[in-house]
Design a binder for this molecule. Structure first.
Ligand SMILES: [Zn+2]
Length: 373
């Protein structure tokens, strides 16, 4: 969708970049938080893509990508509209905090879940101010967005990658039609991620995906409730954005615009970062963990391929002596998303985050009781 798009005080004007504010939250001290809005519209008609960032306060690479990406030169070539929100959580960004101080919960689990509205149970907490704001904003997303990308950082020294959300469908009513629509959406999502050109990691399998409220993340809701092809990007270290990753993400985003028919220029190569393609689909995993309190000396780095049985870390006691054979081995084929921080770990701690061979389908039904709860 293109043409007349207004978000808060910003209204698209063909051939220009417009800046404005969208009123989000009122604080009890009489202050209001607005979300800064950037609307870049080309002279020619085309799709509308939403680019959002800054929902987690310590993740500063995503806003950096948007600030680098949106230029008059881009608009001069653009067909359609970019709606960019670089600061989805102003309270988080001003305190560099993952959660807003006025609501100590992950704001990236507060988008609409697609369930019908029901009467508020007075014994349960009502929706928060952030949920109300995101519900209002989501209505505008649904009206205007053809595509969406949400920018994040995973953790220090993790690789740049894309999270592929599971595409869930309703198993009641016309399940065949719902499944077919989900499969079409998954194909568009796959093409869009391929155009972006960074490493792809599929999210947790469906039952954990819902249990962890990932269906209420920015792109989870866009995809599942809005039916909008979308994905989340993770851009390595958050508080000190890596210029190579920021540049590669801006290039990947321009490639998505080209895929969407919004730019005519040829695809750009993705340079300067590790891109891992193991040749099979992999998913996020909390493996590998240690089973005793120990010191860990990592043997693998972000982006390394691993095979089941490969040593990935030396396990020592605090004096540096080998414990229990001294080696932690990979339990799966896959690759390293990143090492966990530090070298001292408790039993059950993840010491290396892996993306492991994925046996679960991307397109899957919602859990049976999803709409009952
Ligand atoms: Zn994040």
């Amino acid at each position: 969708m293109s043409g007349a798009i207004t978000l808060g005080t910003a209204t698209a004007v063909p051939g220009t970049i417009q800046y404005g504010q969208w009123g989000a939250i009122s604080h009890p001290t009489g202050h209001d938080d607005f979300l800064p809005v950037i609307i870049a519209q080309g002279q020619r008609d085309g799709p509308c893509i939403w680019l959002t960032a800054g929902i987690h306060g310590p993740e500063h690479a995503g806003p950096s990508v948007l600030y680098r990406l949106i230029t008059q030169e881009l608009v001069d070539e653009l067909r359609g509209t970019i709606v960019a929100l670089p600061a989805l959580s102003p309270a988080g960004l001003r305190t560099k905090s993952y959660v807003p101080y006025h609501l100590p919960k992950n704001p990236n689990r507060m988008w609409p879940d697609g369930k019908p509205a029901k009467e508020q149970d007075p014994d349960l907490d009502p929706p928060s101010a952030v949920e109300h704001a995101f519900a209002r904003l989501f209505e505008i997303v649904r009206e205007t967005a053809d595509y969406m990308i949400d920018y994040h950082n995973a953790w220090i020294d993790s690789i740049s990658f894309v999270f592929q959300d599971r595409v869930l469908y309703r198993n009641d009513g016309d399940a065949a039609a719902s499944k077919a629509a989900a499969e079409t959406l998954a194909v568009q999502q796959q093409e869009m991620m391929a155009a972006y050109g960074h490493t792809i990691v599929t999210e947790f399998p469906a039952k954990y995906y819902v249990k962890q409220d990932l269906h209420r993340s920015t792109t989870g809701a866009a995809l599942l409730v809005g039916g909008i092809p979308s994905f989340t990007v993770e851009l390595g270290t958050g508080l000190m954005p890596d210029p190579a990753i920021v540049a590669a993400s801006a290039a990947g985003t321009r490639n998505v615009l080209r895929w969407a028919g919004m730019l005519d220029s040829p695809l750009e190569p993705i340079n300067g970062i590790k891109v891992v393609d193991p040749g099979f689909r992999t998913r996020r995993s909390p493996a590998a963990r240690v089973d005793e309190a120990c010191v860990v000396l990592h043997l693998v780095q972000a982006g390394d391929m691993v095979k089941k049985g490969d040593p990935i870390a030396e396990i020592r006691d605090v004096w540096g002596r080998p414990l229990n054979g001294g080696l932690l081995r990979a339990q799966h084929d896959g690759f390293v998303i990143g090492r966990a921080h530090g070298i001292y770990f408790y039993p059950g701690d993840t010491v290396v985050a892996l993306s492991i061979r994925d046996e679960e389908p991307v397109v899957a039904p919602y859990p049976d009781d999803y709409y009952d709860k």
